[in-house]
Design a protein around this ligand. Structure first.
Ligand code: AMP
Ligand code: MG
Length: 462
């Protein structure tokens, strides 16, 4: 087996990371291994479980190069210095197409950034992240990926003792808005410029020689984030903790904590037990992304223009443009979900449809599928359908998923996994690979939760 590590992040000033070794686990067991992703990475893997575990945990390579990243972040609006408290980067793997991937162990023990935490992760949240991030990928939405789950053999104390686990996470990079917030705190312009130039070269080499490269960098990040939120809205995804340390510069969805795909439509839905003000609710996600982007821009105003007021004006204009663009793109996306032409004015029809779903507590995913199948309840949608039928129709593909990882299914899978029954977990991961195809295998996963199965809160994985 063959990692092809060529680290570049550690060429940055060493304030941005710390070298860390993962803890040694006596008897690790491989629970999930993602063969498709291993293929994409060009890993030649054999069938020996112990050998795969050793390989994934970096047992056979020089541990002095492993590192954890420093960052800061606004968590629910409060600024804090953070860092990878329970994650270690084994290295940056380059595949045969010369694409660079961060290979990270999440839950592998304490690091200098652990504060009072144990640096560990429990099995339930790692299963949740594996299922949800891979589902996101198969839905066609940018996301970090899950290469494997390893059960460490330890028992971790949370509210009760739980099995410890490590998620092997793969990302274009783990640089986040919070990395820049950390960099700007140091007030060392040279070191900060190092970070930003490195990030542009690594992730957006096409703008590296641009005359207005820093402004264009900001525009690019705004565009990626806005597109990402549109995609979340398309499939009814609520991230749950859109802190600035959980917003990746690569435009990938990252850190699946108290996240969920919505069942019945309510724009105010939150899943995080600590989000009492609805800061990260479904409908707020674009506003929060813009707020985070403003915090991001603040870190490099000096590079946008020497005159700070001028730089602020330029940034504000981009944020306003993005807000407007988001609204247009959202309308276009909703037209597609309703199989309507994107060139007509369909605004009222869209809002009325959403209102009906909200009032009657209808399922976000299934209602769009029912519309496609001409199967909407006439008693509820009668008047709306009359107006809808006058419109030009167009069929779009891979817009409305049939299958999403519903929360009650995930909870049930986690419950079974804690009893060491993993068959549901394996089956569901296979089902999620074809989210846009209705077939007899996925029929039972399209069903809504019964009242007693409904999940109203998910918890951070700490
Ligand atoms: P998250 O909610 O996963 O985005 O984590 C927020 C911050 O808390 C990050 O800096 C994590 O590294 C840190 N953290 C989360 N869980 C633990 C843990 N068990 N031990 C140490 N740090 C943690
Ligand atoms: Mg995080």
């Amino acid at each position: 087996m063959n990692w092809n590590f060529q680290n570049s992040y550690t060429d940055l000033p060493n304030i941005y990371y710390s070298n860390v070794k993962p803890q040694n686990f006596q008897n690790p067991k491989l629970l999930l291994f993602n063969n498709e992703l291993a293929d994409e990475l060009n890993l030649e893997v054999n069938n020996n479980e112990k050998a795969i575990c050793n390989f994934l945990l970096g047992k056979n390579i020089d541990k002095k190069n492993f590192f954890s990243q420093a960052y800061a972040g606004h968590q629910f609006g409060q600024f804090t210095i953070l860092g990878d408290g329970r994650a270690i980067l084994l290295g940056e793997h380059i595949n045969k197409n010369n694409i660079r991937f961060d290979i990270q162990l999440k839950g592998s023990g304490q690091t200098p950034y652990s504060r009072n935490g144990d640096g560990k992760a429990t099995l339930g949240p790692m299963i949740r992240e594996y299922i949800v991030s891979e589902a996101m990928n198969y839905l066609g939405i940018p996301s970090t990926r899950a290469l494997a789950i390893i059960i460490t053999g330890e028992k971790i104390l949370r509210e009760k003792y739980e099995p410890g686990a490590i998620l092997v996470r793969v990302a274009k990079s783990h640089i986040r808005v919070g990395t820049f917030q950390f960099g700007s705190l140091l007030r060392n312009i040279k070191e900060f410029n190092n970070l930003i130039n490195y990030t542009i070269k690594r992730l957006f080499p096409e703008i590296d020689n641009n005359e207005k490269k820093y402004l264009n960098f900001f525009k690019k990040i705004c565009e990626l984030q806005m597109n990402l939120i549109i995609e979340w809205m398309r499939v009814g995804f609520i991230h749950g903790v859109m802190n600035t340390d959980n917003m990746s510069i690569s435009g990938e969805t990252i850190d699946y904590g108290p996240c969920a795909y919505m069942d019945n439509y309510n724009p105010k839905t939150v899943f995080s037990s600590i989000d009492q003000m609805g800061r990260y609710s479904f409908e707020n996600q674009s506003k929060i992304a813009l707020w985070n982007l403003a915090r991001f821009a603040e870190t490099f105003l000096h590079l946008i223009d020497n005159n700070e007021n001028k730089a602020i004006k330029l940034v504000e204009n981009i944020l306003i443009e993005n807000k407007e663009k988001f609204e247009n793109c959202w309308l276009e996306m909703m037209c597609k979900k309703l199989n309507l032409s994107t060139h007509e004015n369909n605004q009222k029809l869209i809002y009325d449809f959403l209102d009906i779903m909200h009032i009657y507590k209808l399922d976000y995913t299934n209602t769009f599928i029912n519309l496609e199948k001409n199967n909407l309840d006439e008693n509820i949608f009668g008047d709306w359908l009359q107006k809808y039928n006058l419109k030009t129709k167009k069929k779009y593909f891979k817009i409305n998923p049939v299958i999403i990882p519903r929360n009650h299914i995930i909870e049930n899978i986690i419950k079974e996994s804690y009893k060491e029954n993993y068959s549901k977990l394996f089956t569901f991961n296979e089902i999620l690979k074809f989210p846009y195809v209705e077939n007899k295998n996925n029929k039972k996963y399209r069903k809504l939760p019964k009242d007693h199965e409904k999940v109203f809160q998910t918890y951070c994985g700490t």
